[in-house]
Ligand binder design. Structure first.
Ligand code: NAG
Ligand code: NAG
Ligand code: NAG
Ligand code: NAG
Ligand code: NAG
Ligand code: NAG
Length: 617
């Protein structure tokens, strides 16, 4: 048979088989479990099932959904808790749910996950105490308006706030709600829509079909009750029904032939796909090798730095020299003092920096570890640190301008957000300050100095620390003493807030070198001063030159003040900070005063007067 006629007969056979196949398809009585949805709601498929519309085998126990009259997707949890499902993420196994009346607190008391496959997705959960108050309490900023009624108001006070801070004269305690996600109150986040304020994220761990979904597959139930990942999107058909329609044996034969043909084709495709995958992995490894830091010898460093000729600076941890890798690539070589530490900082920095790549994080090019000699090689940034630009009186700060300052602030915020969220592990920097922000040619900020950084898994919400880390003036209260809350990523948010206020003020918030520490009444603690200023509704008049400057200055100030809230949970996450900085700032609410709550030391003094408390686990 010639090639041509072979092709021809395959073609005819295929057409014929296709015809039979289509006939068979039409004859199917009931497809397995097609995706379903309520109106324009999220797609419903395994492990979820639509009660009353899909047979039981389409989903898992506990994943029953139903449609309301208004086409909302309803999830019923034990204890008669009814929630609307806004979104289902099958890959990450997360659903966004909301209370039908946008009043999650009303339902929260009844939520009991012990007989449900779901959990809260948030890693940080809080206890709230609800109070019934006959008159509005000015101090209580955590109103739960949806629970109130004419004649009384209900407040939800998170457990980390000591109740004694509030004057609860006209209130009676109602009850506690334990372990629920953070409630974004209207007073603190007025810019948030009431709907998104009420979205709660739930997650499930079994069945674990996320990987299958990520690979383009779909899970379905096997007869033994476990799930099976099908990579093909064509759902399998039951053959019983089709045989009824396929009468002629010859037809069946063709059908089988086609199946064999398709199977062969898929086998071929799968093989090719596998080869493609391998190539992709190889390429990734190649790229990865290029991205991971190179190990240099001490002799290399001598050559790179021209015998350590060009000294850029000296710090507590070592000396920095300028170097040249090639004609284009300039580097900064930080030779670490061999006397300090036991190498932990070195391991920290190489370990942390080797795995992160972000435009707002300085890149580690290489390192050297030869006996007691240790060095880190970084990309060189010609403009040096932000400190130089914001704390100098010789016009540097002036020349940056408010637009640029805003861009820099946003860049730093994005860098920190990336450290907190962007990698497979959370990276806490613990030493955010102007000195550790480097600027490149275009004044793109880059976070540097990861000597104090800590790596922790993303679902670990609390960090244990044996000593307070960081730099005076930027350390959050909880890093000093656990009385104020647990150490977490919110500690970086605090440092960022202090940095932001220094950018606004153009000077240090606190001068830790002041000789006379007891009474400096003529020295103003800038964050406190500017808070009072804004609180009285006064115009910002700090180095304002152009139209729009005042607005930027005000926005940066408000964001900064949010970040330096005394209790970690009152500080926004970096994701929210980025959103705040990206907006025009008109709708930002004035934060509560971080300085005058009773029971805490006045902001001006606490950095100098609080003893550093070691926390030994
Ligand atoms: C609900 O969705 C269905 C199907 O999309 C549609 O026919 C019906 O009009 C919707 N009902 C309402 C109340 O929106
Ligand atoms: C789900 O909720 C989270 C938190 O509110 C939000 O960031 C996310 O965008 C939501 N997802 C969708 C798809 O709406
Ligand atoms: C949750 O429900 C289970 C039984 O379904 C019960 O044993 C448990 O005590 C409940 N937990 C709470 C906190 O109500
Ligand atoms: C909430 O209260 C429970 C029980 O009283 C306690 O075990 C838990 O540690 C508290 N959680 C927080 C975050 O305070
Ligand atoms: C709150 O207290 C008022 C009286 O002070 C009472 O009438 C009202 O029912 C209470 N509300 C709740 C939800 O307990
Ligand atoms: C959101 O809730 C607040 C407090 O209950 C209310 O004053 C405001 O009108 C609500 N906004 C919208 C858009 O519903």
């Amino acid at each position: 048979m010639s090639n041509r006629s072979l092709e021809m007969s395959v073609f005819v056979l295929s057409i014929f088989s296709l015809f039979v196949f289509v006939l068979g398809e039409l004859g199917q009585s009931l497809p397995n479990c097609p995706e379903s949805r309520c109106g324009s709601g999220p797609a419903i498929r395994f492990p979820f099932r639509l009660k009353g519309q899909q047979p039981n085998y389409c989903g898992y126990h506990g994943f029953d959904l139903s449609c309301t009259e208004r086409n909302d997707t309803l999830l019923e949890l034990p204890n008669l808790v009814k929630l609307y499902v806004q979104e289902i993420d099958y890959v990450y196994q997360v659903i966004n749910v909301s209370d039908p009346d946008d009043c999650f607190l009303r339902q929260a008391l009844n939520i009991n996950f012990s007989a449900s496959p779901f959990r809260f997705k948030d890693d940080l959960l809080y206890n709230y105490t609800l109070f019934n108050c006959s008159t509005a309490e000015r101090n209580l900023i955590r109103n739960a308006p949806c629970l109130g009624a004419p004649g009384y108001e209900v407040y939800a006070i998170p457990g980390f706030n000591r109740i004694s801070e509030y004057t609860l004269t006209s209130c009676t305690k109602m009850y506690d709600i334990l372990s629920i996600p953070y409630i974004y109150s209207y007073e603190i986040y007025p810019e948030m829509s009431n709907a998104s304020r009420n979205i709660i994220q739930l997650t499930w761990s079994k069945p674990a079909c996320g990987l299958c979904e990520a690979g383009g597959g779909r899970c379905e139930l096997k007869s033994d009750g476990t799930e099976l990942c099908k990579m093909s999107h064509i759902t399998p058909r039951t053959s019983g029904a089709s045989t009824k329609l396929i009468i002629a044996g010859a037809t069946l034969g063709s059908f089988l032939l086609l199946v064999a043909f398709i199977a062969l084709y898929h086998l071929y495709r799968a093989d090719r796909k596998e080869k493609e995958n391998q190539a992709r992995i190889e390429k990734f490894l190649e790229d990865y090798k290029a991205l991971t830091p190179t190990r240099y010898t001490y002799a290399d460093l001598k050559r790179i730095t021209h015998q350590f000729k060009d000294k850029l600076g000296q710090g507590a941890y070592g000396t920095v020299f300028k170097g040249k890798l090639s004609s284009e690539i300039l580097v900064a070589v930080k030779i670490l003092n061999s006397s300090t530490g036991n190498g932990e900082e070195f391991i920290n920095e190489v370990g942390t920096m080797g795995r992160i790549h972000h435009v707002n994080v300085v890149r580690l090019v290489g390192f050297c570890a030869e006996g007691f000699r240790r060095a880190l090689v970084y990309e060189f940034l010609p403009n040096e640190s932000l400190e130089k630009f914001i704390f100098s009186n010789d016009g540097y700060h002036h020349s940056l301008g408010w637009e640029k300052l805003q861009d820099i602030a946003l860049g730093i915020a994005k860098g920190i957000e990336y450290l907190h969220q962007g990698c497979d592990q959370r990276i806490l920097h613990f030493d955010i300050k102007p000195h550790n922000i480097l600027l490149d040619d275009n004044f793109t900020p880059k976070i540097s100095d990861f000597g104090l950084a800590k790596l922790c898994s993303k679902d670990q919400s609390i960090v244990s620390m044996t000593t307070a880390r960081g730099t005076m003036g930027y350390i959050a209260s909880e890093v000093f003493s656990r009385n104020f809350g647990n150490v977490s990523y919110k500690s970086d948010v605090y440092s960022f807030g202090m940095l932001l206020l220094e950018m606004v003020g153009g000077r240090k918030n606190i001068d830790v070198n002041v000789e006379n520490r007891t009474e400096n009444s003529n020295r103003v603690f800038f964050p406190e001063w500017i808070y009072d200023h804004l609180d009285r509704g006064e115009e910002m008049r700090i180095r304002i030159e152009e139209e729009g400057d005042a607005q930027i200055a005000k926005k940066l100030t408000i964001v900064g003040l949010w970040c330096i809230q005394w209790f970690p949970v009152d500080r926004p996450s970096m994701t929210i900070v980025v959103q705040m900085l990206e907006g025009d700032g008109d709708d930002l609410a004035m934060p509560p005063n971080p300085f005058n709550s009773t029971g805490m030391p006045a902001g001006r003094h606490y950095h100098q007067e609080l003893p550093v408390i070691s926390e030994v686990e």
